[in-house]
Design a protein around this ligand. Structure first.
Ligand code: NAD
Ligand code: GLY
Length: 366
């Protein structure tokens, strides 16, 4: 096992501030856990895939700090990110008589993290929780910043709350068991940070892509650290998405439409975002904000990361209906995160005709 020193990225939110720890061996070592609360009960919220791999290791860490370490394994998959599955967490808490000092530990990818966080926000009107993200996507994005949610049949992540964790513990070792397709999906969210905020990071990702795909720990550590630093900056400025935070949704307006039309889980979230970034970059070009070379560069990198760059065939009217459900839409007007020159994002509406052109140019034939 190659070791990298533990990195610490602070997220500054006043009394809700916390640290993101990034390193190897974090699940095997007590160091990152020392100053977390000791309370009677802990509940590890995981799923049927991740729990058999890592729940016992986490339970061993927690056994010295909590009287009881309980576990609940949710069914795996985006299609289970719903009220019914969320209720399993409340069932476990209530059946065991857990009080409001109980600490929830989210052990899994973004689906588990979003649901565990939402459960923590709701149970007895709020109990503390810790994120232990086990996918690259969750380590670089979803575990950080306090967005929690479940899906509704009419829209993704439509029911949720802003609720910050006490800590995020990113153990890079767990990425060894991540399926290659999931690693690529996580890379989409890593790539995202370049065009919106840091072109030097985009240069670095291009150069280090083979190392990232080979799961080199030092490369992963830098990718997770820089992604978290950018996200920490954005969330520190705009925790509840009054404005700036929306830039983290680069590629997501198109991406959410793809996920919804394909049925949650058919395209991975990161795959839909990867393809969505190509469309959003192309729309930025049609609005005169970036040049064709920039779009080609984004498309090349997304493809090299193993992500789709062509949207699935879908009638234009369906695209527009789905994109109007996006949380950034205002008064029925779709607002896109666009690239306003490399390394800088903006949010604006675009003429339907231009959006339609971009969709046609970047969709697979029916
Ligand atoms: P996921 O949680 O479904 O995990 C992907 C798959 O990998 C699952 O089958 C999971 O069981 C498996 N897995 C997880 N860790 C593993 C490991 N170490 N080894 C082997 N298998 C492992 O998907 P995801 O991509 O992590 O997250 C996507 C979700 O995150 C979406 O629901 C999306 O809406 C949400 N999201 C939230 C935010 C936010 O800010 N809250 C940001 C981005 C995405
Ligand atoms: N992933 C988008 C956000 O956290 O705001």
């Amino acid at each position: 096992m190659s070791l990298v020193p533990t990195l610490r990225v602070p997220i500054d939110l006043g009394e809700r501030s916390y640290d993101i720890l990034i390193g190897t061996g974090l699940l095997a070592d007590d160091a990152g856990w020392d100053d977390l609360p000791r309370s009677a009960d802990a509940l590890i919220v995981s799923n049927t895939t991740v729990a058999p791999l890592y729940a016992e290791r986490l339970a061993a860490r927690l056994a010295t700090r909590h009287r009881r370490v309980l576990q609940v394994a949710l069914p795996d998959g985006e299609q289970h990110k719903d009220w019914q599955t969320l209720n399993l967490v409340f069932d476990a808490l209530l059946a065991a008589g857990c009080d409001r000092k109980t600490v929830l530990y989210a052990l899994g990818g973004g689906v588990v993290g979003d649901m565990c966080g939402f459960a923590a926000a709701c149970y007895m009107r709020g109990v503390p929780f810790v994120q232990v993200p086990t996918t690259l996507l969750a380590q670089v994005d979803s575990s950080v910043g306090g967005k929690t949610a479940v899906n509704h049949p009419l829209g993704k992540n439509m029911i949720g709350a802003f609720y910050q964790p006490l800590r995020v513990l990113c153990d890079l070792d767990v990425l060894d068991t991540l399926p290659a397709r999931e690693l690529s999906a996580g890379l989409a969210e890593v790539i995202k940070y370049g065009p919106i905020a840091d072109m030097a990071f985009l240069d670095w990702i291009e150069a280090q892509l083979p190392a990232l795909l080979a799961r080199d720990k030092a490369a992963l550590a830098h990718a997770v650290r820089r992604s978290c630093e950018i996200k920490a900056w954005v969330v520190g400025e705009d925790e509840r998405e009054g404005g700036l935070r929306a830039i983290l949704n680069f590629g997501h307006t198109f991406g959410h439409a793809i996920e919804a039309v394909m049925g949650y889980g058919a395209w991975l979230h990161g795959e839909a975002v990867g393809c969505g970034m190509v469309l959003a970059a192309a729309l930025s070009q049609r609005l005169g904000l970036v040049d064709a070379a920039f779009v080609a560069r984004v498309q090349r990198l997304v493809a090299a990361a193993g992500l789709p760059v062509q949207a699935p065939p879908m009638p234009l009217a369906r695209w527009f209906d789905l994109m109007r459900v996006d949380k950034k839409a205002e008064g029925g007007e779709i607002r896109f995160v666009l690239i306003d020159g490399p390394g800088k994002a903006c949010m604006r509406a675009a003429p339907d005709a231009l959006v339609a052109e971009v969709i046609s140019a970047h969709s697979a034939a029916a």
